[in-house]
Design a protein. Structure first.
Length: 418
């Protein structure tokens, strides 16, 4: 304990803390609490989430966040579905539920997957709080600190965060304009012995590219031959504007016992529902259920029952068709204006669906500098560098076309040009 201040100590100056009386003990100096976990201290924040704070400014036209268009939500249909869920059984809607999810919703999701050629039952599924949670649950079930995880380069930013938080060694797989290069993937698997490949084969985030059918078959075969889990994320697959639908990796021979497929209602119903699903082989599904029990017990019963009612009473496919047509026009408006909006020599792709266009500025340009200038003129996008698992390309940028109308997109491109 610190010694008392001697009686001969000088008087405190005005405004200073009072001097204790002779013989009184000083209050002990507080000991700071223990530090945060290393995984929190070393994981980068989401660049997209930080940019969204900029885009919230009044009058901002944002190509940054992958946000569905709110005016296209079927608000009346969803309101009716919630009313029906309450009318059928308010007590059930407001009560705890099973971790796996309510049977009606699992059965409805399984039926939709079956119509797309992937035989599925409700017992194959776990309902998640958005498909984002599915990434975390599978990571918890599979990944130990130091395990290798393979990702496309670039890839979904929140997936990188999830793997970093788990202490994984995140290794980028070489890609071209069509996605993963199977030969390069095989070399990495043989050398690094990873547990997992995370991939978004259809309308990838951030690039919008789609993995061709032949490469999907090669990757499924490779996973079976070399021993690899596949985590297939498909939040955008329903948003196809041209071209032909491709089978999931999970539907390929050899991949059945090692592929986790994630899906979501965020892009086709509403992201505020926070409803997704996870389809996995039985043993891994049990691991994901255990991880979810520790995370949140179960996804909102009310939201699950409302979604099941919506699928029972509304025509989701007709709604999605309307959304697709609106988004196709918005994609085309963005593509038509990029030549005038970006510096000469810039390149970009033409995605067949999804929400994103991936662009690259010419030599000597930097996307961060362009972002700062654009934001000052009331328009925003996401620089591409944070999406890379290894050395970033500072000339890349991601533009989302779904949130604004074609007219607003033209206005935004005009601001970008100025």
């Amino acid at each position: 304990m610190p010694a008392p201040i001697p009686a001969s100590a000088p008087a405190a100056s005005a405004g200073a803390a009072p001097v204790p009386a002779p013989g009184a003990a000083l209050a002990p100096t507080p000991t700071p609490p223990p530090p945060f976990a290393a995984r929190i201290r070393t994981t980068s924040p989401s660049a997209v989430r930080e940019i969204l704070a900029v885009t919230a400014q009044p009058g901002m036209i944002s190509f940054a966040g992958g946000l569905p268009a709110p005016e296209l939500f079927d608000a009346e249909g969803l309101r009716a579905a919630y009313d029906s869920a309450f009318a059928r059984s308010a007590r059930r809607a407001l009560q705890y539920s099973t971790t796996e999810g309510v049977p009606e919703l699992r059965a409805a999701v399984a039926a939709r997957m079956g119509r797309r050629g992937l035989a599925t039952t409700g017992d194959d599924l776990l309902i998640t709080t958005g498909s984002q949670q599915g990434i975390g649950l599978i990571t918890t079930a599979l990944i130990e600190p130091g395990d290798a995880v393979l990702v496309e380069n670039p890839t979904y930013l929140a997936a990188l965060q999830a793997f970093q938080l788990a202490g994984a060694r995140v290794i980028p797989v070489p890609c071209d304009d069509e996605g993963i290069l199977p030969d390069a993937l095989a070399e990495l698997v043989a050398r690094e012995r990873p547990k997992l490949l995370y991939t978004i084969p259809t309308f990838q985030n951030p690039t919008g590219r789609t993995l061709p059918a032949a490469r999907r078959a090669e990757i499924a075969s490779l996973a079976a031959r070399l021993g690899l889990w596949l985590l297939e994320d498909d939040p955008y697959g329903d948003l196809r504007y041209e071209g032909h639908e491709l089978p999931w990796l999970a539907a390929h021979p050899g991949a059945e016992d090692r592929t986790v497929l994630l899906g979501s209602f965020s892009k086709v119903m509403a992201p505020g529902l926070r409803l997704g699903w996870l389809r996995a082989p039985a043993a891994l599904l049990r691991g994901a259920v255990l991880a979810k029990q520790a995370a949140d017990l179960h996804t909102s019963t009310l939201d699950q029952l409302a979604a099941a009612e919506y699928l029972r009473t509304a025509d989701l496919d007709a709604h999605v068709a309307r959304v697709r047509e609106a988004y196709r026009l918005r994609r085309d408006a963005l593509l038509e204006g990029l030549a005038d909006a970006l510096p000469p020599g810039s390149t970009w792709n033409r995605p067949e669906g999804g929400m994103f266009v991936w662009a690259r500025l010419p030599q000597g340009h930097d996307a961060n500098a362009l972002f700062r200038a654009a934001a000052s003129r009331g328009v925003a996008f996401v620089p591409g560098a944070p999406f890379f698992a290894a050395t970033p390309d500072p000339r890349t940028l991601r533009l989302s076309f779904t949130t604004h109308t074609p007219k607003e997109i033209q206005q935004g491109l005009t601001r970008l040009t100025t």
